[in-house]
Ligand binder design. Structure first.
Ligand code: SAJ
Length: 414
């Protein structure tokens, strides 16, 4: 089966690079997004997010005529859904974007089409997506009705690329593909093989869903271990960065790095989908989430105690993004910490975030965005919240006579 026209629904951090990857293999790609600004930007050959090398790829894809963006779905041979799956109140998975996307493409589906859900999803979401489409298209059959003989094929292939390294990981990482039937999986594998150099491993849709959640929970639990260690080490007056470096010399020990908390829209979210599915059994996974979610509060307390040493302290917060060398502020512990501090120390806070040009609206007026040099000149207390490359090059002499709270071990690794 040749997939000549591929449609990617959701042109964000995953959908846009994926669309560009198909286009780079000379596939006709129709990108669909509800955001007019994103659609217009892409059609100009530019991008609305920060991801190394993506601008070049999108520019080439659009100018060579392989990629175009639109607000409304159009017919295609394969549809990839890459929309967000946030959680609602009580940490319950919120499938409204998947529902909207699948309902939106239902009207343009035809016999022989393949629909792949890429969004990280709770177990059962792929089947639910197929049910939504079937409801709107009684004239077509779906795998839950006709098995291997269905008109439309459905699979789940969770994305697993690391922001900041998306272009490389998209091509190199192995992919887990869960078909609603074996044939659905095989077709999806054919589709991905056009640009994926890693192995495409087949399973069923539910296992693929759980696999993605497991990967991110594994990371969350391991970061929680590092974060818990950092709090214990503060208590015992031990340098946690040195401790981890030493422990990691053991051939079977590989501890991750403590930080100000866990951010992003994946690792801080996905483990809750497991907790929601098996609340009585997901004890370790829930505790890890709580340990990581408590870390920003711990940092705020440390900053408040440090600030007490000064009459009117100026506090410089270095970094707002959820991790190094990106502009993404979503679910960022650094942002959460700065928000809290801004309320407590209004007018005394300066923020350095080299990857953004203006502050988020919620911080405007209460803190000042400035250059690193200026912040260091003014500050009494320096709080390092993100290990951006610029901060790693910081001259320690500039920090003399200041109180420094280094939540990322930037100075310990210098
Ligand atoms: N963090 C630490 N210490 C560490 C590693 C990370 O505090 O040692 C923090 C980061 O600063 C950040 C958060 O954890 O705030 C998450 O960052 P990350 O780099 O671990 O992961 P993400 O959210 O950027 O991407 C993850 C990746 N999953 C895994 O590594 C298992 C990526 O492969 C997934 O595709 C992505 O989630 C996703 O979209 O699900």
């Amino acid at each position: 089966m040749e997939f000549e026209v591929i449609s990617v629904i959701g042109l964000g951090y995953i959908g846009l690079p994926t669309a560009a990857a198909f286009a780079a293999r000379r596939k006709q790609v129709i990108g669909v997004d509800v955001d007019q600004h994103a659609v217009d930007t892409i059609n100009r050959g530019a991008i609305h997010i920060v991801e190394p090398e993506l601008d070049m790829l999108v520019h080439a894809a659009v100018t060579q005529g392989y990629l175009r963006a639109t607000l409304t779905p159009e017919p295609a041979d394969a549809f990839l859904i890459a929309v967000p799956t946030p959680f609602a109140d009580g940490h319950k998975p919120d499938l409204r974007y998947i529902e909207a996307a699948s309902r939106a493409i239902a009207s343009v589906l035809k016999k022989g089409d393949l629909v792949v859900l890429e969004s990280t999803s709770p177990v059962g979401a792929t089947e639910q997506m197929a049910a939504w489409m079937a409801e709107l298209r009684p004239d077509l059959s779906f795998p839950q009705q006709k098995g291997e003989n269905s008109d439309v094929r459905v699979a789940h292939c969770p994305e697993r690329v690391l922001p900041g390294y998306v272009i490389r990981e998209l091509v190199e990482n192995d992919r887990v593909i869960g078909g609603m039937t074996p044939r659905c999986g095989e077709l999806a594998r054919e589709l991905y093989r056009s640009f994926v150099r890693g192995e495409c491993v087949l399973t069923d849709a539910r296992t693929a869903e759980m696999c993605k959640l497991t990967e991110n929970s594994f990371r969350d639990v391991n970061i929680a271990f590092a974060n818990e260690l950092s709090v214990i080490c503060d208590r015992l007056d031990i340098n946690v960065w040195e401790l981890i470096r030493l422990a990691n010399r053991h051939p079977r020990v590989s501890i991750l790095q403590p930080g100000p908390g866990v951010g992003g829209h994946c690792i801080a979210v996905d483990p809750w989908f497991i907790v929601d599915a098996a609340p009585e059994h997901a004890r370790l996974i829930r505790t890890a989430r709580n340990v990581n979610d408590d870390k920003p509060r711990y940092v705020i307390d440390r900053v408040e105690r440090a600030a007490m040493r000064f009459r009117v302290p100026v506090i410089a917060c270095l970094g707002l993004a959820f991790k190094a060398n990106i502009d993404d502020l979503r679910e960022s512990p650094a942002l959460e910490i700065v928000h809290e501090l801004a309320e407590r120390f209004a007018g005394q806070l300066v923020v350095v975030e080299p990857n953004i040009r203006c502050l988020p609206a919620s911080l405007e007026g209460s803190v000042r965005l400035c250059e690193l040099n200026e912040a260091l000149t003014e500050a009494d207390v320096v709080v390092i919240l993100v290990d951006h490359a610029q901060f790693k090059r910081l001259d320690p002499v500039r920090l003399q006579a200041k109180v420094v709270i280094d939540t990322r071990g930037v100075l310990a690794h210098a």
